[in-house]
Design a protein around this ligand. Structure first.
Ligand code: PXP
Length: 381
């Protein structure tokens, strides 16, 4: 999906944000197989182009030169922007230059997609609507990725001694102070780590967002409905597994999961479904009205070779894209650590990473506050 940007104006500007926006817009428009070229020029050159192609002897802010869909060279077209006019408009509207360039880029792109506001009033309205939608989609993609910390492992250590330390509730507070945007805790049917007392206290003390991870088991469902965490993540739960091993088979148990989602939604609790990066699971999650999916990153994290990691990463990227575009909110987690998280976080479609083991393992060495801050620093802001 190459985006080529050339600055032929006399003004230096940083093009990385514009490049990023252009790439994201191609993804949103599903035109990643096409090349887009963006040329930045001064008013003087824009006046020449405007008079040559539109017979208007004055500068304008943006011109688009589409290339036909059936051309073999995979080019979507050229967008030409005058930095002089863009800057004047930014000042007039009291917005940043980047914001103005973003709007002009969207306008130019929508022209390349075949819209033309000069043909009729209806087309002008359609084009304006399309631009507003693209800008909103772009903003959603660009929002900062959040870090949620899973504190189960603190409880595992406590349970190993059968005493009351270390306390996952205190750990959750430290994680929040270090910048975690949410706390995740899994109340398992066998209570192997988190206890009911922990979840009750977390509900009372977590200031950011409490995500209760749980199997679709009636006893735990009742606890969730009673405590009302900020969200729940439904996971498959087998007593013998060490940790959650695979994603939920949503497609195979739509009726059961849909009933849980209805009960949670009636109580105001959004539901996330922990799924493998698989299109049929995403479609099923959408059908039964889940709010989120959490994409299982375990196979990517456990890959034994670079090729395998690349393959698994591609599956995650494509699934996150499909879920995002279908309107689902997208989280990801499992096995993420200080080496493999940044790549997933950079996708632009994932809202939150749920990380436990790697942060707690590092916390033993450097302290929990620092371990959380170091992980946060690796994610794009
Ligand atoms: N997401 C889910 C659904 C999980 O079950 C777990 C493990 O408890 C995590 C994320 C976090 O995984 P890890 O501890 O490997 O970071």
């Amino acid at each position: 999906m190459p985006v080529f940007i050339k600055n032929e104006s006399t003004k230096p500007i940083s093009i990385s944000a514009l490049h990023n926006d252009a790439e994201n817009l191609l993804k949103i428009c599903r035109r990643t197989d096409r090349e887009l070229s963006i040329l930045l020029i001064d008013d003087q050159r824009m006046t020449e182009l405007n008079s040559q192609y539109r017979n208007r002897n004055k500068p304008t802010n943006v011109l688009s030169f589409p290339l036909s869909d059936d051309s073999n060279d995979n080019l979507l077209g050229d967008i030409v922007i005058s930095l002089d006019t863009a800057r004047q408009e930014a000042q007039l509207k009291n917005i940043t230059m980047h914001k103005r360039l973003q709007t002009l880029l969207v306008h130019g792109l929508v022209h390349l997609l075949g819209y033309d506001h000069e043909r009729s009033v209806q087309e002008a309205l359609d084009m304006e609507k399309k631009e507003r939608k693209l800008l909103a989609q772009l903003a959603r993609r660009k929002s900062m990725i959040q870090l949620a910390i899973n504190v189960d492992h603190v409880a595992t250590l406590r349970q190993a001694r059968g005493i009351d330390e270390p306390d996952p509730v205190l750990a959750a507070g430290i994680c929040e102070l270090a910048g975690a945007a949410g706390i995740v805790a899994h109340l398992r049917e066998d209570r192997r780590h988190m206890q009911d007392r922990d979840i009750i206290l977390l509900r009372q003390t977590v200031k950011t967002k409490l995500n209760l991870e749980m199997g679709a088991d009636e006893e735990i469902i009742k606890i969730a409905l009673d405590l009302k965490p900020d969200m729940v993540t439904l996971v498959p739960e087998k007593r013998k597994e060490l940790t959650t091993e695979g994603g939920l088979d949503v497609a195979g148990q739509k009726k059961k999961l849909s009933e849980v989602i209805i009960r949670m939604t009636e109580t105001g609790i959004p539901v996330s479904l922990f799924i493998d990066p698989d299109s049929s699971q995403i479609q099923a999650a959408k059908e039964i009205n889940a709010t989120f999916v959490e994409i299982h990153t375990g196979r990517y994290a456990d890959a034994l070779s670079e090729e395998e990691a690349d393959r698994e990463f591609t599956l995650i990227a494509e699934s996150a894209e499909e879920a995002f575009e279908s309107g689902l909110r997208v989280n990801a987690g499992h096995g993420l650590n200080y080496r493999n998280s940044a790549r997933v976080a950079a996708l632009g479609t994932i809202e939150e990473l749920s990380i436990g083991h790697a942060v707690m393992a590092r916390a033993i060495m450097v302290g929990l506050d620092q371990a959380v801050r170091e992980m946060k620093a690796l994610l794009p802001s």
